[in-house]
Design a protein around this ligand. Structure first.
Ligand code: FAD
Ligand code: DLZ
Ligand code: SF4
Length: 509
């Protein structure tokens, strides 16, 4: 047999990976490489780099223990070629191979780089998803609008999850009406399990400390799951302790409670340590056993077989230029507060500080605090995209870009969502306790100390009136704005503009 190379990337750490299923243990050589190029396309959070390198090393050891030949290159190896194609070429020369098997990467950049590599690269479908790319394209074809809710129902039918025959369990597809409660003051969520670094992870932490301490983000304490067994334990803990309240407090935000009832499993899912369908089956079993209510189980399963699959479909359907879209023409530079610069806005300060410490923020912090502010303030969506891609441990372009460019910044002009996710301070106040400790007043609409979200919300609607005035889901917003007297509207627009100018001049806001 001719020896082939089997490339396994840092987010492809699954024993059932299609490239491994097609490979021959006796003859083929697995290539895994820690390379400078992958660490440099954005300034990744040190915890994200440590997670990937540590999980790669452990996965390579696991493959070797199962009889595979693994050519593994460490980041500090003197012969390291610095890039994925460079490493493939080096290994190809070493073992006399010219063919490469790879499960298609989750990023156009890497797909293009591998397509240009002067080796015979065979791309295989990434079957760690419920929907294939062809399934999604077929579903999307001929539809005027792509809406997650309808795609999700297809995924329910396809998987049989939460189904009773051809009907949704309990009679409804979606139990969100029972979710999203405001958090009571004395809410005491469980902490996610924290894994002590073992010898492999400790060595990686030293490497990351030496090479990436200039990147935004705290490396230590580091407690992420870095192998399939730990990921499984994290999932068990979530199902036992947090899932029962997942639906109720899905949109809540509380100071000092960084994880609430969220699963904190997206890094494990996205690098391949957990299988999404198995996760959903476990959640369904907990519901069937009477351990969790239906609104929690359905809400959670919808995030995975609905949103997660939907955004992946959009990423590949829309093509490589998706990350450069800017439908609203926003061009303000991302302010320093996103990189930990001081701000008097408590909600942003809390979300960014926790991002720096944990490489994690939950969905509503990402969407309604950091995302909402960037959109209201008219920040260049590409800069926003690069920030999200860098700072979260779960950030890979196929999932990050549609969430940021589409759902959060409306820069795709409405492919992911039918209206922009914008809100004034009132929403943040209802869903969190942030406003109580803020230098700004959430009830003040104008004048000294008025919450910037209140000013910017109307400023956003006014500057995009032509685009959104006829959107049926935004009619109420415009009617409220238009009912205000002219003087008040002029004051709001003026004060919002002053705020934006001060922010861009680097003043403390
Ligand atoms: P939970 O709240 O417990 O949800 C369970 C799981 O559902 C998650 O682990 C995740 O796999 C999935 N999920 C939930 N919402 C989404 C969604 N909108 N899209 C895809 N999957 C979802 N998620 C990422 O995995 N990577 C990203 O880079 C990423 N970037 C985002 C950027 C922005 C601007 C926004 C608004 C959201 C982003 N999300 C991203 C989606 C979501 O915020 C995270 O999946 C979630 O916070 C992960 O934490 P968790 O595991 O505790 O999730
Ligand atoms: C994110 C990342 C980092 C930081 N380092 C590596 C690496 O050294 N080697 C590797 O194979 N993968 C790494 N990754 C993950 C890749 O960037 C990821 O596979 C692509 O972005 C495709 O999703
Ligand atoms: Fe954020 Fe405004 Fe509340 Fe302050 S008052 S925490 S800026 S929403």
């Amino acid at each position: 047999m001719v020896t082939r190379l089997v490339l396994v990337l840092g987010d492809q750490l699954s024993l059932g990976l299609s490239a491994l299923a097609q490979a021959d243990k006796a003859d083929d050589v697995i290539v895994m490489a820690e390379v400078a190029d992958e660490a440099a396309y954005v300034p990744h959070h040190p915890k994200k780099i440590a997670l990937i390198l540590s999980a790669m090393r452990k996965f390579a050891a696991r493959l070797e223990s199962e009889g595979w030949t693994v050519a593994y290159t460490r980041l500090d190896h003197p012969d390291n070629a610095g890039s994925i194609p460079g490493e493939l070429l080096r290994r190809a020369a070493e073992v006399g191979a010219s063919e490469v098997l790879v499960t298609t990467p989750g990023e156009w950049r890497l797909i293009n780089v591998l397509s240009d590599c002067p080796l015979q690269v065979q791309f295989l479908a990434d079957d760690r998803f419920v929907a294939t790319r062809a399934d999604f394209e077929g579903w999307a074809e001929g539809r005027k609008q792509l809406r997650m809710e309808f795609f999700y129902r297809e995924m329910r039918r396809k998987t049989g999850l939460m189904m009773e025959g051809d009907k949704p369990a309990g009679g409804k597809w979606n139990y969100d009406a029972e979710n999203r409660k405001s958090p009571p003051k004395d809410l005491r969520p469980p902490e996610p399990p924290k894994f002590e670094p073992d010898a492999i992870t400790s060595e990686v932490l030293e490497l990351v400390e030496a090479r990436f301490s200039g990147n935004f983000g705290r490396l230590r304490p580091f407690w992420f799951a870095t192998d399939a067994e730990q990921a499984e334990a994290a999932l068990d803990h979530f199902i036992d302790h947090a899932l029962p309240n997942f639906g109720d407090y899905q949109d809540a935000m509380l100071s000092g409670q960084r994880f609430l009832f969220h699963a904190v499993i997206s890094p494990c899912l996205n690098i391949g340590l957990l299988d999404p369908l198995t996760v959903c089956q476990r959640v369904q079993a907990a519901w069937k056993a009477g351990h969790v209510p239906i609104n929690a189980a359905e809400g959670f399963i919808r995030q995975i077989i609905g949103w997660r699959e939907f955004v992946r479909g959009i990423y590949f359907l829309e093509g490589p230029d998706y990350v450069n879209r800017n439908a609203l023409g926003h061009d303000r530079a991302l302010p320093a507060l996103y990189w930990g610069g001081e701000t008097r806005m408590n909600c942003l300060s809390e979300a960014v500080e926790q991002t720096r410490d944990e490489a994690y923020a939950h969905h509503i912090q990402r969407l309604m605090v950091t995302g909402n502010f960037a959109l209201l303030a008219g920040i260049d969506p590409h800069q926003v995209h690069e920030w999200y891609l860098a700072v979260y441990a779960d950030a890979f372009e196929w999932v990050e870009a549609p969430n940021t460019v589409g759902m959060s910044q409306f820069a795709d002009g409405g492919v992911v969502g039918s209206k922009p996710y914008v809100s004034s301070g009132a929403y943040i106040n209802r869903m969190s306790d942030y406003c109580k400790s803020c230098a700004y007043s959430v009830t003040a609409k104008t004048g000294e100390g008025a919450c910037p979200f209140n000013l910017l919300y109307w400023h956003f609607l006014e500057r995009h009136r032509d685009r959104f005035k006829d959107n049926p889901r935004m009619g109420n917003m415009y009617r409220t704005w238009d009912r205000m007297d002219d003087g008040k509207r002029a004051t709001i627009v003026k004060e919002a503009q002053i705020f934006l100018d001060r922010m861009s001049d680097g003043a403390l806001v």
